[in-house]
Design a protein around this ligand. Structure first.
Ligand code: UDX
Length: 477
């Protein structure tokens, strides 16, 4: 089977390379010629754990190549469309213009019997609309349109592709179903579940999954506020909630608010497409509003704790929206740093991977090669991204280099006890003033403790993606 993937951004690239690695011949197509030639030379165009070796491997075996020439589509049995569907700022809806444009452009090249797979995240009804566009452009063509949403997390996308919880295939005919069965046989043989449903259900399930996860994060953030007010510790509360198998431990890490290329975009799109259908998605709407207000409040919290930030020097550790990626899209940092600058602060920043992407978006920030260098002479250190290496910085080393005492740890990465022992003020998330900061104590057989109560230096060990750990270069400097 020959596969074409149109759009070699994040999703298209990972999908194409993983399919090629399983032995399918893959044509990656992107209108950006520079991107194609870099990929053909084995240069990874995004930071993603394991990407470069995977790219080099499939190029060497000649299972993948990249081009801007759409005519290669004429060879493909399956054409994946993985172009962006960003938020339309006027309406909050997903902007489908790139998707529609690509479908029109590729229509003349499609071969008879082809299955066009919508990989992009799209509102319910889009697959049907794509089929309509194709029917109009190619009344002669025998084709099917199918939905195959992705659930890849940045930073662990290759791992997620190869060990998916499920592969969702939204099909409306037997031909598409048979092709998906053949395409994903490699993964099914290794235990992955292949789920067939209608294209509409597949489209809805993607938005529903992301909205639910965004809501889960927002929920624990709300509990963090409650813990702060009531004298609790959100790390304990999350661990205890997570021991309930119905709830689960993942996505209960309190922080400064979610960001990234998916949660903000997909929650907004779900709210708009629900409204269009006359449904008030009030829970998701509340999630969006709570997350926006949280991001704003994080800046106010820093300003209030420092008694104003005019002429204060603040070191920011972490600009990417989460660890393991160089992506800064909708990162909390993009909202928080300008707000602190407006209030008079000067910012010195570090991120292991995202500095060049961020420098274009965050003017008047001084960028530093290591976290400790960024902290030199600062009144406060503000940790925003959960890069695991930041947890290895001895607070005493920060204390020596800073001129102030505040360590705003908005990912609860540092040990409260070590920070206090270093003479710093630890401002973490979801811990009330009266909290002692001791570890959660569990008495049970070792195998039952897994994932719930493992502790390191008195704080819970977080669920970092192993790739993020490997990928994070030393930041201690
Ligand atoms: C997400 C989905 O997880 C993935 O399935 C989908 O395909 C794309 O969107 P991604 O955007 O890469 O993936 O990041 P994710 O790991 O889900 O984190 C999203 C945001 O939530 C980040 O800002 C992260 O820091 C935050 N988050 C996540 C928390 O604050 N706490 C958590 O417990 C989990």
């Amino acid at each position: 089977m020959i596969v074409a993937v149109v759009g070699t951004g994040y999703v298209g690239l990972i999908t194409g390379l993983c399919l090629a690695d399983a032995g399918f011949r893959v044509h990656g197509i992107d209108r950006n010629e520079v991107l194609c030639s870099r990929l053909n030379s084995g240069i990874a165009t995004i930071h993603e754990a394991g990407l470069e070796p995977l790219l080099k491997r499939v190029l060497r075996r000649e299972f993948a190549s990249f081009t801007s020439d759409l005519s290669v589509i004429s060879e493909a049995d399956m054409v994946f469309v993985a172009v962006g569907t960003p938020t339309d700022e006027r309406t909050g809806e997903a902007d489908l213009s790139a998707l529609r444009g690509v479908v029109v452009e590729m229509a003349p090249f499609l071969k008879s019997g082809v299955t066009v797979v919508v990989k992009s995240t799209v509102p319910v009804g889009t697959n049907r609309a794509v089929a309509g566009i194709l029917r109009e452009a190619r009344p002669d063509l025998d084709f099917s349109v199918a939905s195959n949403p992705e659930f890849l997390r940045e930073g662990s996308a290759i791992q997620d592709f190869n060990h998916a919880d499920r592969i969702v295939c939204g099909v409306s005919d037997e031909a598409a179903r048979r092709k998906f069965t053949a395409l994903y046989a490699h993964w099914v043989a290794r235990g992955t579940t292949l789920a067939f449903t209608s294209p509409e259900n597949a489209e809805l399930s993607k938005y529903a999954a992301n909205a639910f996860l965004a809501m889960k994060v927002t929920f624990i953030n709300e509990m963090a506020d409650l813990c702060e007010a009531a004298g609790g510790d959100v790390e304990h509360v999350a661990a205890l909630m997570g021991m309930d198998a119905r709830i689960g431990r993942s996505f209960l890490q309190a922080g400064p608010g979610y960001g990234g290329s998916c949660f903000p975009k997909d929650t907004n799109a779900l709210v708009s497409s629900a409204a269009k259908l006359g449904v008030d998605a009030s829970l998701v709407r509340a999630t969006v509003a709570a997350n926006e207000s949280r991001k704003r409040r994080m800046a106010e919290r820093v300003i209030a704790a420092l008694g104003g930030v005019a002429d204060k020097r603040i070191a920011v550790l972490g600009i990417a929206f989460k660890a393991g990626t160089d992506d800064v899209r909708d990162s909390v940092s993009l909202e928080l740093l300008p707000r602190l600058q407006e209030a008079g602060a000067s910012i010195r920043a570090h991120d292991p991977k995202a500095m060049s992407a961020a420098a274009k978006l965050l003017p008047d920030v001084s960028w530093h090669e290591s976290a400790l260098e960024a902290a030199v002479g600062c009144d406060a250190v503000l940790l925003l991204t959960d890069w695991p290496d930041y947890a290895l910085i001895p607070p005493v080393a920060l204390a020596k280099t800073m001129r102030g005492k505040h360590l705003f740890d908005f990912r609860n990465l540092f040990s409260a006890a070590e920070v206090s022992a270093a003479g710093l003020l630890h401002v973490s998330i979801g811990r009330g003033a009266d909290v002692g900061g001791g570890p959660l104590e569990i008495e049970s057989a070792p195998q039952q403790q897994e994932g719930a109560a493992i502790h390191l230096l008195g704080r819970p060990v977080r669920e970092f993606a192993p790739q993020a750990l490997e990928a994070a270069p030393s930041v201690v400097g």
